[in-house]
Design a protein around this ligand. Sequence first.
Ligand code: SAM
Length: 295
Amino acid sequence: MSDALKDTKYIMRKYNISANKSLGQNFLINDEAINEIVDAAKISKEDLIIEIGPGLGTLTNKILEKAGKVIAIELDKRMITILQDRFSLYNNFDIINEDVLKVNINELIKKHKQNENIKNAKIVANLPYYITTPIIMKLIEERLDIESITVMVQKEVAKRLTAQPGTHLSGAITYSVNYYCIPEEVTVVPNSSFIPEPEVESEVIKLNIRNNPPVEVKNVENFFKLIKVSFMQRRKTFINGVTNSKFMSKEEIKNILDKLGIAENVRGENLTLEDFAKISNEYIKNIEKIDESML
Ligand code: SAM
């Protein structure tokens, strides 16, 4: 029996805990997968690790051995008592009993980086699958002062997050991830690695935060809006998606594609990050021209 399985069974029995499905509780019991997450995150004593959803503390246990400081954010009150008991001897461990989506993570990082022993912040988690997308979007869009995000997610989601933009696996989130990060696949984890077993396969991925975006975008809000509308109607051509959402007139978008040498029947999922940047920049240039002519 693996150490993680032994600990999990013991803690669940001791505290009379059963997994709460609606909170996405699938406890990791695979020692190998735990080690792979920790190794991929490259944790050192100079790191502040923010763990989302520590649960019974299986992953936390390994992270604490390596990190300078660990802050665990957990929504389920029952887990807080367990974590406090389990790690009572550690003075580099804090728990926040809150919905991660409501936590001001940047403030936490700022506070702890004032401690001169902490040089970097990293996110590590076996994420609750029911809110994977909002958590990832929060972590990357808030431009947190972090080096990387190493997380277990549903395999299908992992494929989307790590896809090359402009390929059939890409969705709107693929572009956000690639704009802010360099994604990497770490390892696939079978269903049998959890109690209870999830219905889907899992995968560990690592998002390495970029210092600078890979493309120059004049108006980031417009750029992401353009991507979003073109994926809202995935089966339609890019032109139809954009015009149906009233983002631009058919004539406007046709002229832009023409000027950039992009085929009129292209679909959103075939456009690269560079293509979207060029289209968005061209649109902004047109708007600026209109504004100037009105002066
Ligand atoms: N880290 C543990 C492990 O690997 O065994 C548990 C992982 S389990 C997949 C997800 C954890 O996220 C659960 O402990 C759950 O209670 C917690 N959780 C669910 N929703 C949350 C939220 N909105 N904010 C913080 N934690 C949440």
